[in-house]
Design a protein around this ligand. Sequence first.
Ligand code: KPL
Length: 363
Amino acid sequence: NTGIDLLHQPDQNSNHSEMSPTIHILGVGNIGKLCAHSLATKPQPPPLTLLLHRPQLFHMRKHKETKIGIYYEGAWHEEGHYDTELIFSRVTGHQNPSKTISNLIVTTKAHKIVEALSSIKFRLTATSTVLFIHNGMGVIEDVNKFVFPDAQDRPHYLFGIASHGVYRSSPFAAVLAGHGNVTIGNPEIDKEKSPASSYLLQQVVDSELLQASEVPWDEFRLLQLQKLAVNAVINPLTALHDCINGKIVQSLILADMGNIFDDLVSEISRVFCSLPELEAISGLKERFSTETLRNIVLDVASVTASNRSSMLQDISNGRKTEIQSINGYIVKRANKLGIPCPMNEKMVADIRQKSRDRNLQIN
Ligand code: KPL
């Protein structure tokens, strides 16, 4: 119990500008809640609609009003206004067959994105903008293959990397345990072609709590891999050892996870330094050296020391983990390049085993 009233009477005094286009949020997990709250608490918030896929969550709302609570700076914050829609539902499908979604933030887990997007695909057009924020890589390839096979129909994509440490305390509340940031990449080189996407980008960048900023696309691709390295080390190790992120730093001092940590980091460094698509980017070897990656992972583990990683949360809460999009992606890339990858394979195997032991869904 968060001790806050999440469901309250509708408030008629919503102060968002009706002229601004609505931003839809798909996936109200930890980062989804943080994004929603951050946008809703801006001085001039945009209209926000949460797309819920669990009827149970949808029906939990009283008087059609949803409150999201985020704990930070020593207090619960629950101000903000949201509309909600139930998706994956035939009822919603019939109700809003033509309601186009022009701005969408997808914060669904990596392995759920294709299914979740497919259910609202008919509401997205080539002029829509979709910002993807998730752990792991390789998802967009599947989205293009299974959801938007025709490049002409594809919305404009933006990508975000979140380093916030957030954990769930109830369906509509979460604790911001490590205040990080969000880095955004826009693959559209010629920005003039995508003026529509600048609205969503601006709304997100303007939010003080999210600490979001845009970086050039080449830089983004490097940061995306650095984040993958962070998740490929912190997430499985904390999930396997049932510990908070800070234990990673401590364990190096105590040397009880030491070898595994160092072997994992140097294996990831080897794979990243060999990725052909990054060959042309200067400074690659330094950015992905074992030393650099080691420091980055330890920095994130320190900043989010009191957080339980998303993989540990998934296993504890009986959910499928993102191991396939994290260490599984590194193994896949290494195999194609003929680079041995035993440590990442071990992480995938051990997490799958742990999930199996707990009768969780594995992939
Ligand atoms: O992204 C995270 C996760 O848990 O998935 C970190 C940054 C490691 C925070 O816990």
